[in-house]
Design a protein. Structure first.
Length: 138
């Protein structure tokens, strides 16, 4: 599936939960990560690296501090008052994760872990189970 289709689908999904997210905010992140994986000649390990990055970001606030998705006073799904993400920041985080794995600092997901298994996050569940079809965007 092409980058534009994936970006539109992810932006539409995120826009259901937050302020409007444009595909122009998604596509450069995906492109940057894919280019980095190409630089590494990641090949068959690319999917594992991406899944591991999702695991670390979803399950940990800091390298060794587990994330509480659903707390007493709120949820990690709740929007922030100000935008706290950027294309550069997202790609840099991915690169840092991959390099951390090389030094055995990065978190590796348990065997068989998938983003759809994250409890208490409607956003992540929707993103993980979203059925992408190019025909939806014609």
């Amino acid at each position: 599936m092409d980058l534009d289709t994936v970006s539109k689908a992810r932006a539409a999904c995120l826009s259901e939960f937050y302020q409007v997210v444009h595909e122009s905010e998604i596509a450069p992140v995906v492109d940057g990560m894919l280019r980095f994986l190409d630089e590494l000649n990641a090949g068959d390990s690319a999917a594992d690296l991406l899944n591991g990055f999702c695991y670390q970001r979803a399950m940990f606030e800091l390298p060794n501090k587990p994330r509480k998705i659903k707390g007493f006073f709120g949820s990690a799904d709740e929007p922030e008052k100000t935008k706290e993400y950027s294309v550069e920041g997202a790609v840099t985080s991915f690169r840092a994760y991959v390099f951390a794995l090389r030094t055995d600092v990065g978190q590796v997901p348990p065997l068989g872990w998938r983003l759809s298994q994250v409890e208490d996050s409607e956003v992540l569940k929707k993103m993980a189970t979203q059925d992408l079809s190019p025909l939806d965007f014609l």
